[in-house]
Design a binder for this molecule. Structure first.
Ligand SMILES: [Zn+2]
Length: 102
């Protein structure tokens, strides 16, 4: 049976069929194979998540997502870019358990 992430569902079927939904809880990511994009990570809603995220650390206001990237090289490039622009940023690998920490 073909299974698709949410984005691919919409592209292929015209609606979200929830193929890869509910494979994990809200605080974790599931490693799956989408028939459209290949091996990816999805959240509990079956939405594709890029593996590397650059997060901005904001004192007293929690953290904010600055960007998500498929490759480490790309993520590191942008991390450097953000740090040069005086963001207090750090990199998160979604395969770590605390990946969804915000
Ligand atoms: Zn997909």
């Amino acid at each position: 049976m073909a299974e698709f992430c949410r984005e691919c569902c919409v592209e292929v079927w015209g609606r979200d069929t929830g193929d890869l939904k509910d494979l994990c809880d809200e605080s974790t990511l599931a490693s799956v194979i989408c028939e459209g994009c290949g091996p990816i990570l999805v959240d509990h809603q079956g939405v594709r998540v890029e593996r590397f995220r650059v997060i901005e650390e904001r004192e007293g206001k929690g953290d904010a997502l600055l960007g998500s990237y498929k490759s480490l090289a790309e993520a590191e490039h942008w991390l450097t870019h953000y740090l040069n622009h005086e963001h207090n940023a750090y990199l998160v690998d979604s395969e770590d358990n605390d990946a969804t920490h915000k």
